[in-house]
Design a binder for this molecule. Structure first.
Ligand code: ADP
Ligand code: MG
Length: 259
C-alpha cells in the first residue's frame, strides 16, 4: 500500500455516481491532504470532473444525478440530511477550465461570496477583496481597475480573478478542474508557481491531463480509470513504482489522456 496523508481536509469514501441509469463513479475513495496539492489524473471520460462535482455537491444541479457514499470536510458531512449547501460551497471552492467571471466589476466579482455571507460594503469588504486579489497574484494589475468590468480582463487575468473569488471566502479546499489547459507553456509555469503558493494555505485538488504538471506540483495523486480510483498515494511513489498496469500505461503515455 502507498502511504496516506496524515492531515486530511476532505475525505471521500465509496463515492458512486449515476447520471440516470449510467454509473460514472464506482466506490471512489480518496483523502485530500491539507496544505498541498492532490492531482486527479485519468483519461478523458474517466470521471474526474464528476468526482470533483461530488465534493461540493454540484451534481445536485444535474437532473437525474444520484450520489452514494460519503464526503466529509472536517466535521461537515456533505451528504447528511440537512447539511448546509451554502456552507459546503463556502468551504469547498471550485474553479473551472474556462474562467467564468460574473458580468460585473472586478471588485464585485471578488466580493460576491463575502456579501452573500453578510459582509456589507465598507472597509472590511474592501480589505478582504484586496487580500484575495493579492494572494491570487492579481492585485498589482487590477488595483486601478477595480470598477472595470471583469469581462474586460485578459484570459489569464480572468483566471486569477475567479481564483481570487473562490479564495475570498477562505475555503478549506479548492477544486481546480484543468485550470491550466488553455495556457501556453510560460503562462502555465507561472500558474504552477501560483498553485504552489496557494497550496501553503489551502488543500488543493487539481485535475490535470498533463502528467509533467502533476509530477511538478502534486504531493499526492489519484488515478481514475472508468470511474474507479485505481491508485491513490504519494505522487513520486506512483511515478516510480505504479502498482497497477493501467496506471503505468497511463503515466508512461502508452494511453493518451484524450483531453
Ligand atoms: N451531465 C452529465 N450527464 C450525463 N453524463 C455525463 C454528464 N457529465 C458527464 N457525463 C459522463 O460521465 C462520464 C465522466 O465524465 P467526466 O466526469 O466529465 O470525465 P472527465 O472529467 O474525466 O473527462 C463520461 O462518460 C461523461 O460522458
Ligand atoms: Mg473533465
Amino acid at each position: 500500500m502507498n502511504a496516506a496523508p496524515v492531515s486530511v481536509a476532505l475525505s471521500a469514501r465509496d463515492v458512486s455516481l449515476w447520471y440516470g441509469a449510467r454509473q460514472v463513479l464506482d466506490a471512489a475513495s480518496l483523502d485530500v491532504a491539507s496544505r498541498c496539492i492532490t492531482a486527479v489524473v485519468g483519461r478523458s471520460g474517466s470521471g474526474k470532473s464528476s468526482l470533483l462535482r461530488c465534493f461540493n455537491r454540484l451534481n445536485d444541479e444535474i437532473d437525474g444525478a444520484r450520489v452514494q457514499g460519503s464526503v466529509r470536510v472536517g466535521e461537515l458531512d456533505a451528504y447528511a440530511r440537512g447539511a448546509s449547501l451554502s456552507e459546503l460551497r463556502r468551504r469547498v471552492g471550485m474553479v473551472f477550465q474556462r474562467p467564468n467571471p460574473f458580468p460585473m466589476s472586478v471588485h464585485d466579482n471578488v466580493g460576491y461570496g463575502l456579501r452573500l455571507f453578510g459582509l456589507k460594503r465598507g472597509a472590511e469588504l474592501d480589505d478582504r477583496i484586496e487580500a484575495a486579489l493579492r494572494v491570487a497574484g492579481l492585485w498589482d494589475e487590477v488595483a486601478n481597475r477595480l470598477d472595470d468590468s471583469a469581462l474586460d480582463l485578459s484570459f489569464g487575468q480572468q483566471q486569477r480573478l475567479v481564483i481570487a473569488r473562490a479564495i475570498a471566502v477562505e475555503p478549506e479546499v479548492l477544486l481546480l478542474d484543468e485550470p491550466a489547459s488553455a495556457l501556453d507553456l510560460a503562462a502555465m509555469l507561472r500558474f504552477e508557481e501560483l498553485l504552489l503558493q496557494l497550496a501553503s494555505r489551502f488543500a488543493i485538488v487539481l485535475v490535470t491531463h498533463n502528467m509533467q504538471q502533476a509530477a511538478r506540483v502534486s504531493r499526492w495523486m489519484a488515478f481514475l480509470h472508468e470511474g474507479r480510483v485505481l491508485e491513490f498515494g504519494d505522487t513520486d511513489a506512483i511515478f516510480t513504482n505504479p502498482h497497477r498496469r493501467e496506471t503505468e500505461d497511463f503515466i508512461t503515455g502508452r494511453i493518451v489522456s484524450g483531453d
